[in-house]
Design a protein around this ligand. Structure first.
Ligand SMILES: Nc1ncnc2c1ncn2[C@@H]1O[C@H](COP(=O)(O)OP(=O)(O)O)[C@@H](O)[C@H]1O
Ligand SMILES: Nc1ccn([C@@H]2O[C@H](COP(=O)(O)OP(=O)(O)O)[C@@H](O)[C@H]2O)c(=O)n1
Ligand SMILES: [Mg+2]
Length: 214
C-alpha cells in the first residue's frame, strides 16, 4: 500500500469528556468527495476503498444510521432528509468525528460533506482538518435524475419532488463550497457522466498521483 507524500498530516482532536481528561489525538488524512445527488460518489468511493486503502465515510449514511439508532435527533434528521435540506453541522460533524476516532485507519474519504459553507467552516474550526484535496464528480442533472430514480434503495428522498429540491440545494449551497476549494487549488474535477469503469479510470489517475509504492 502506498503512502501519501504530498500533504501534511492533520490532528484530529476530540472534545474533552465530562471528566475533563485530555483529548485523544489522531493524525488523519482526509479527501472530500463531492458532487450532485446521483453523481456516483458512493459507487466510486467503494472502488477507491478497494484500491487505495481509504475508509469511506458517507455523511448521508451516517445520518441515516443515526435515525435508525433511535437517537434524539432522529426525527429532525429524518425531516431534513425528506425535504432535501442540510442537517445542522454540529450533528453531522459529531458523527464524522466519532467514526474517524473509532476507525483503525488514518485515511478517510468523506463523501457528501461539506455540503454548505456552514459545514465547511465548522468542520475546519472543530477538527482543524484541512483536506488533501476535493474530488468533484461533475454530472448533468438529467443523468443524475435518471440514476436516482433507478437507485432502488428505498430512500425517502429518491422521488422526483425531493430530487428537484436537492438539485437546488446543491447549486445554491454546495457548489459555492467546491468553488471555495477551487480557489485554493484543491479541486480535482472528474466528468462523472460516463460509465462507472470510465469514471474510475479517471479517479485512479488522481489517487495514483498522490501515492507512492512503499
Ligand atoms: N457512472 C455511472 N453510470 C451509471 N450509473 C451509475 C454510475 N455511477 C453510479 N451509478 C448508479 O447511480 C445511482 C447513484 O449512484 P451513487 O453512487 O449512489 O451516487 P451518489 O452517492 O453521488 O448519490 C446508483 O444506483 C448507482 O448504481
Ligand atoms: N453533509 C450532509 C450530507 C447529507 N445530508 C442529508 O442527507 C441527504 C442525503 O445525502 P447523501 O449524501 O446520502 O445523498 P447522495 O448525494 O449520495 O444522493 C441530503 O440530501 C441531506 O438531507 C446533510 O444534511 N448533510
Ligand atoms: Mg451517496
Amino acid at each position: 500500500m502506498g503512502t501519501v507524500v504530498d500533504a501534511a498530516s492533520f490532528e484530529l482532536a476530540s472534545g474533552n469528556d465530562a471528566n475533563g481528561s485530555l483529548p485523544t489525538e489522531k493524525k488523519v488524512k482526509v479527501v472530500f468527495v463531492l458532487g450532485g445527488p446521483g453523481s456516483g460518489k458512493g459507487t466510486q468511493c467503494a472502488n477507491i476503498v478497494e484500491h487505495f486503502g481509504y475508509t469511506h465515510l458517507s455523511a448521508g449514511d451516517l445520518l441515516r444510521a443515526e435515525i435508525k439508532s433511535g437517537s434524539e435527533n432522529g426525527t429532525m434528521i429524518q425531516n431534513m432528509i425528506t425535504e432535501g435540506k442540510i442537517v445542522p453541522s454540529e450533528v453531522t460533524i459529531k458523527l464524522l468525528q466519532r467514526a474517524m476516532q473509532e476507525s483503525e485507519n488514518d485515511k478517510f474519504l468523506i463523501d457528501g460533506f461539506p455540503r454548505n459553507e456552514e459545514n465547511r467552516a465548522a468542520f475546519e474550526r472543530v477538527t482543524k482538518i484541512v483536506p488533501e484535496f476535493v474530488l468533484f464528480f461533475d454530472c448533468a442533472d438529467e443523468e443524475m435524475e435518471r440514476r436516482l430514480l433507478n437507485r432502488n434503495q428505498g430512500r425517502v428522498d429518491d422521488n422526483i419532488e425531493t430530487i428537484r429540491k436537492r438539485f437546488k440545494v446543491f447549486v445554491e449551497s454546495s457548489l459555492p463550497v467546491i468553488e471555495y476549494y477551487g480557489s485554493h487549488g484543491k479541486v480535482r474535477k472528474i466528468d462523472a457522466g460516463r460509465s462507472v469503469e470510465e469514471v474510475f479510470e479517471a479517479v485512479k489517475i488522481i489517487f495514483s498521483s498522490v501515492t507512492v509504492v512503499a
